[in-house]
Design a protein around this ligand. Structure first.
Ligand code: GLN
Ligand code: ZN
Length: 756
């Protein structure tokens, strides 16, 4: 049976995060697996019902996962790493791969393309031997769907993406290509579901694909189609024109393409038209939370329909709805005017239904026409409403000049002034900003939010925490202190809560990995800063000590990349608005005597587009946003930045152009190998390569860190180096933090003595 609407996947954590809580109970032993499975299967049923209630022609099957769908695929393909095969119980093995256990470290986890979802990285190597396939999860979910009377499609990650994300070398890929295809073939043959479409997700085809990838692609799908009658392919997050040109020559049934993030897919329409294949038009944004522009979508659909007959079109989500929250029905606190412009997963199902009626239905479907008119009106209101647009922000944007992006003097001159001002020893020691956010601190904040303690008590307690933190840092002899960030719930949320144009949902949870969810801020309108955001805490901390206290801000690009961002203007423009707000904060801090200021860009690299051709554009505006927010610093104000990663090889020129006086980075886990790039390109600014890994509770000895610093000195000269942990300490306990920092300072003293 053919269908006219489809979703490429639905959220699975549960709108009340039922899966998360059931998982946590299962892990701590308070429920058994049967009970966990019960929660899981009731969630699947509920989600299918939602889809069917909205008239979705094809509900998503096997999009569910207890932890991660890449991990499910690894199990299904018999691709479990050998190191877990000693665990006989399949459930125990599954969660050991996901989370590790006493005897096994977990599999690596990394970001799913440019989303905030994380998948488990397949571990392949040259001599890898696949085990037997394991289709039971897929069969079970498919059977359930059939039993309940749903029509659906089975969703699976495809072989090209499986390989691409396993990060194995070309050689290993070449060696494992045939065996992998055999596994896939056996898997789909075993599904006893020949009537049901299988949609292979191949977002890797939307990235930079090589000629080799494309020839493997052709072989793969020609082969798979021999083993199963109804195979379709979905690409998303970008266009996949190169791959489309290949796939149209394979026997696949439908191509699902993303027309939201890959408008260039339109160029493939003539090819698809000639091929006789069906096209899934991914037009409802699966990654953002704004209402769809129905008029625009209809227009696009009509354009496509002028070349491909309507009978061959399916309207779908651009990607899985995994990346958006469940339902606006659960949001009670958001302003009505804002809510009217928003759409979560369930609302997106309704949007699909509406588009279906408008496009496939009769011309005089009253209900649809009414909804269409309402959609137009809401968008029209958004275009003009003062809730979304602030003339003062517009005015300010127009008055930005190129000099606003440039410090007054070049680095060499600035750093001389800064050295004189701060008078630090060589290898200055510092931290990245946050100190342990203990249960006490979090409880305090909750009580304050609930209103059970007063603003005064809350502030007093935080002051106390800040005071002890300063005392501690002084007592161990750190050179540059921080206030500890006790007042911050989160490095983005804290700023968002103090800026106009931001909103916060109460139920807008999105799965990040396994049981972990995040609730991204919503940037809906013009951004401005009504008043200073951090000045009081920084100056308070500075008043407690004669040592320098470093001010701590989150940079514009990171704030943007970790939020749901309005889609009625370019992201670059929103970034510029945030940059202006941060710029004002930098200026207020320096005027208030805080002359060393760190602007964190933890997520700078996350925003890079998937396709190389679009990188430059992103780099340009991301760089400009950072410069706009920091270049207001006087010559003797020292700007630091911090980045949570270590791979700088491909972006080092941009990092250099950010013109920060000091950058701290996360090299502790990768050793010094990655630091060499700074030397190779003749990077002149100061660098603080993390000397220990804060992601682990392990306390490295002074001896170990001393060796680490000596190793750093082999790459960069002493007068260019800072000594610090590799990220903020908020997730650590006080015990390990105190011990590790003490050792870090001791190690630094030892190295200084050795050098003098
Ligand atoms: N200043 C922040 C902190 O220390 C930086 C965190 C981050 O980079 N993720 O917590
Ligand atoms: Zn970090």
């Amino acid at each position: 049976m053919t269908h006219t609407t489809a979703v490429l996947g639905f959220p699975r954590i549960g709108e009340k995060r039922e899966l998360k809580f059931a998982l946590e109970k299962f892990w701590n032993g308070s429920i058994g697996f049967a009970e966990l499975e019960e929660t899981a299967s009731s969630l699947r049923l509920r989600h299918w019902n939602y889809q069917r209630a909205s008239g979705i022609g094809s509900v998503a099957i096997n999009d569910f996962s207890l932890y991660d769908n890449m991990l499910d695929l690894i199990v299904a393909l018999g691709a479990e790493p050998e190191r877990f095969l000693d665990i006989a119980d399949p459930i125990g093995r599954y969660f050991a791969m996901a989370r590790g256990d006493a005897a096994h470290t977990a599999m690596a986890m990394t970001k799913w393309f440019n989303t905030n979802y994380h998948y488990l990285v397949p571990e392949l190597h040259g001599g890898f031997r696949f085990g037997t396939i394991n289709p039971s999860k897929i069969i079970r979910e498919h059977r359930d769907a059939i039993e309940y009377g749903f029509h659906g499609s089975i969703h699976l990650i495809g072989p090209i993406t499986f390989f691409a994300l396993s990060k194995c070398s070309e050689d290993i890929r070449a060696a494992l290509f045939d065996p992998l295809l055999e596994q896939y073939a056996a898997l789909i043959e075993s599904l006893e579901s020949i009537e049901t479409e299988i949609v292979f997700h191949e977002p890797a085809l939307s990235c930079n694909v090589s000629g080799n990838d494309l020839s493997l692609l052709k072989i793969a799908y020609e082969e798979l189609c021999k083993h199963y009658g109804r195979i379709s392919v979905a690409t998303y997050f970008e266009h996949s024109c190169e791959a489309t040109a290949v796939l149209v020559h394979t026997p696949i049934e439908t191509l699902y393409l993303d027309f939201v993030y890959g408008p260039e897919n339109i160029h493939s329409i003539p090819l698809i038209a000639r091929s006789g294949k069906r096209l899934g038009v991914g037009i409802i944004d699966g990654r953002n939370i704004w209402i769809n522009d129905m008029e625009d979508s209809l227009h696009q659909l009509e354009t496509i329909a002028s070349l491909i007959p309507k009978e061959r079109l399916v309207i779908s989500t651009s990607c899985s709805l995994l990346h958006v929250p469940y339902s606006l029905g659960n949001e009670e606190l958001l302003a009505e005017e804002l809510k009217q412009t928003m759409s979560y997963a369930r609302e997106k199902l309704s949007e699909l239904e509406l588009l279906k009626s408008l496009f496939f239905g009769s011309q005089n479907d009253e209900k649809a026409l009414l909804a269409y008119a309402e959609n137009k009106q809401r968008l029209q209101e958004r275009r003009t409403s003062t809730m979304f647009h602030d003339p003062q922000v517009q005015y300010r944007l127009n008055s930005i000049t190129p000099t606003d992006l440039k410090r007054s003097s070049v680095y060499k001159e600035r750093i001389a002034l800064q050295h004189r001002r701060f008078n630090l020893p060589i290898l200055p020691t510092t931290t990245i900003g946050s100190f342990p956010q203990t249960a006490d601190i979090r409880k305090l904040r909750q009580e304050f939010k609930k209103g059970t303690i007063s603003m005064e008590t809350y502030t007093q307690e935080l002051r106390q925490a800040t005071r002890s933190c300063i005392e501690f840092q002084e007592s161990i002899g750190l050179d540059v202190l921080v206030h500890g960030e006790f007042e911050r719930n989160d490095m983005v949320e804290y700023f968002g809560e103090r800026l106009n144009g931001f909103a916060f949902s109460t139920q807008g949870w999105v799965q990040s990995y396994g049981s972990r969810c995040v609730k991204p801020p919503i940037i809906y309108g013009d951004v401005s800063r009504p008043e200073p955001m951090t000045l009081e805490w920084s100056t308070y901390a500075q008043s407690l000590t004669s040592k320098t206290v470093k001010g701590m801000l989150t940079g514009p690009v990171t704030i943007l990349n970790w939020s749901f961002v309005r889609n009625d203007q370019p992201r670059s423009l929103t970034a510029t608005q945030i940059a202006l707000a941060i710029r004002d904060e930098v200026d207020d801090l320096q005027k208030g005597g805080i002359k060393m200021i760190q602007v964190d860009e933890a997520a700078f690299k996350e925003g890079y587009p998937l396709r190389n051709v679009k990188r430059e554009e992103y780099e340009q505006w991301a760089l400009h946003s950072f410069l706009l927010s920091t270049a207001v610093a006087e010559d003797d104000t020292q700007i630091h930045t911090h980045m949570c990663y270590s791979e700088f090889t491909d972006i080092i020129r941009t990092i250099e152009a950010m013109d920060a006086d000091v950058i701290s980075i996360e090299t502790s886990r990768s050793g010094n190998r990655l630091l060499h790039i700074f030397k190779e390109v003749g990077y002149t600014q100061e660098v603080g390569p993390g000397v220990y890994d804060i992601h682990s509770p392990r306390v490295p000895s002074a001896q170990e860190m001393e060796e680490q610093i000596h190793a750093l000195l082999e790459v960069l000269p002493a007068d260019q180096l800072w000594v610090n942990p590799d990220c903020g300490l908020k997730t650590r306990g006080w015990g390990e933090t105190e011990a590790a920092l003490r050792n870090m300072v001791e190690a630094t003293y030892a190295v200084r003595t050795a050098l003098s």
